[in-house]
Design a protein around this ligand. Structure first.
Ligand code: FE
Ligand code: ZN
Length: 509
């Protein structure tokens, strides 16, 4: 952009300012080759002929970016202050609501930070200035998400168990290896696969299934801080979705040889992302005292309607087909949350959240939302758990579950159309046997066995003696769990404190 000295400088349009401050700052190197500057964008096989074709759907300068974000932060921190000063935690629906936020705190912010790291790698190593700048903005967003999520939830740590050592738990505790292995899988892929994994599959295809129920769940249950954080992140999220969509379209438009590679990644990351948010399904249907909508309804609305019937119709133009194992996910929508919560229930003595048998109101809601599958699960598992509880006990699974080698979730999923037969798939690679929860996870392993054979599977690690010792107390100590962090909700310190704060404590003799 040159302004001649004779003419007075006119005000630039937003688009011109954006171009001047991003694309126009780029230069053509003369004494090093493109391969030397950008060594990581060729090995995955994606062919790019013209990086200048990368369109920036969001035209934001650094100056404007900082101004918007600072304003959003000011609003968020004002709400956090007000909530803390007015003892806002007393206005939650119930203490057990916090379990959803415990899982969120333990499983999400640390991987927002991973996303920050990998987008800053892209901000350096993507060849085109448009792609680099978009990655830079997302990198800053993700850092801010990690920080604001931690700040948002830190107030609750003063009043509730299960929130004190999430950082350490993320590296050690069995269910947190599910999100950890997901993000580490993406970070150890190349830059284009990362963009399909996180930018497209996670941020575009699945993000509404993760964020909308969490944030509306927060709103419904009196959790003003989390709701405000959600609004603060939402405008970033729409930029991320646009980047994900631009990334896939750019790859597909650059060369038709890119199509099969992109389709494979899409198939892989849809399934990985879908398995990851199975935790959200269990949370939505079982952990919120006041529900927003069922997992099944959310899946139909945010995935089947918006993605399958909307987005994938548009992508057909490029030859992209819906994800390979999508029908399996559709078939599972009736049973997914039941299966996940049952796993969480039986193993919460080794976790940093509490669980409990759905109470009368919960059961009525489950019956209404899942008229066909709830009665089957109730009879198969909850009636037994209830009998144990009525006899003064609590059912915990005394053994260790087998984990799926890819998604790392305990093997509790079932054959499609048959909710009572556990699904188990096996592949043998170089004489070793590997087990999977589904066709989707097996397919992912078979494509890249040398990657997944390295999985750090928590149960295998316990058996190999790497987690503090052979007994549950040994492992819990190594995890850094304290009494009250996990096990049964009824009678837990969180529950008792809640009753005491609200003047409902059982009378002392
Ligand atoms: Fe984020
Ligand atoms: Zn799996």
């Amino acid at each position: 952009m040159t302004v001649s000295p004779e003419k007075p400088a006119r005000k630039l349009s937003m688009k011109q300012r954006y171009t001047a401050l991003t694309h126009d700052l780029d230069w053509t190197p003369t004494y090093v080759t493109e391969e030397e500057i950008f060594p990581f964008t060729t090995f995955e096989g994606i062919k790019v002929h013209d990086w200048s074709k990368w369109e920036d759907p969001f035209r934001l300068t650094v100056e404007a970016y900082n101004k918007y974000q600072a304003e959003k932060d000011r609003r968020l921190y004002a709400v956090l202050d007000g909530f803390a000063q007015s003892q806002g935690q007393l206005g939650l629906t119930e203490a057990r609501y916090m379990n959803a936020m415990k899982i969120f705190l333990q499983g999400i912010p640390i991987h927002e930070y991973d996303a920050h790291r990998n987008f800053s790698y892209l901000a350096r190593y993507a060849n085109g200035p448009g792609a680099r700048f978009a990655a830079l903005c997302q990198s800053m967003d993700e850092l801010r998400h990690a920080q604001t999520e931690i700040h948002t939830l830190s107030h609750y740590n003063k009043y509730f168990d299960g929130m004190h050592d999430w950082h350490k738990w993320s590296d050690r505790v069995w269910y947190l290896s599910v999100p950890k292995s997901f993000f580490e899988d993406a970070m150890t892929a190349g830059p284009f696969e990362w963009l399909i994994a996180i930018g497209f599959s996670f941020e575009y295809l699945l993000t509404n299934l993760l964020f909308v129920p969490f944030m509306s769940g927060a709103a419904f249950n009196g959790d003003l801080p989390t709701m405000t954080f959600g609004f603060s992140a939402q405008s970033d999220e729409s930029r991320h979705m646009t980047l994900g969509l631009e990334a896939i379209k750019f790859m597909l438009e650059q060369d038709e040889d890119n199509l099969p590679i992109v389709q494979d990644w899409l198939d892989k990351w849809f399934w990985r992302g879908y398995r990851l948010i199975a935790l959200v399904a269990g949370m939505m249907d079982y952990m919120l005292p006041k529900r927003v909508m069922s997992w099944k309804e959310a899946f139909e609305l945010y995935f089947e309607e918006q993605m399958l019937n909307g987005l994938f119709k548009d992508l057909e133009y490029y030859g992209i087909k819906p994800p390979r194992h999508v029908q399996w996910a559709i078939d599972e929508k009736e049973i997914l949350s039941h299966q996940v919560y049952w796993v969480l229930y039986q193993y919460s003595h080794a976790a940093a959240f509490t669980t409990t048998i759905p109470d009368e109101a919960d059961q009525a809601w489950l019956q209404e939302s899942y008229p066909e599958t709830w009665p089957v699960f109730k009879a198969a598992v909850w009636d037994k758990a209830q009998r144990v509880q009525d006899a003064g006990g609590r059912y915990f699974n005394p053994g260790l579950p087998q984990l799926c080698t890819v998604c790392q979730i305990p093997m509790g999923f079932t054959e499609p159309g048959d909710p009572l037969t556990q699904c188990q798939r096996q592949s043998v690679y170089e004489g070793e046997r590997y087990d999977f929860c589904s066709d989707g996870c097996q397919w992912i392993f078979d494509r890249e066995p040398t990657k997944y054979r390295q999985s750090w599977l928590p149960v295998h690690q316990i058996y190999q003696g790497n987690c503090g010792g052979p007994t549950l107390p040994d492992v819990a100590a190594w995890y850094g769990l304290q009494p009250g962090d996990g096990a049964e909700y009824l009678g837990s310190p969180d529950h008792q404190n809640w009753l005491a704060w609200h003047g409902q404590a059982p009378k002392e003799d």
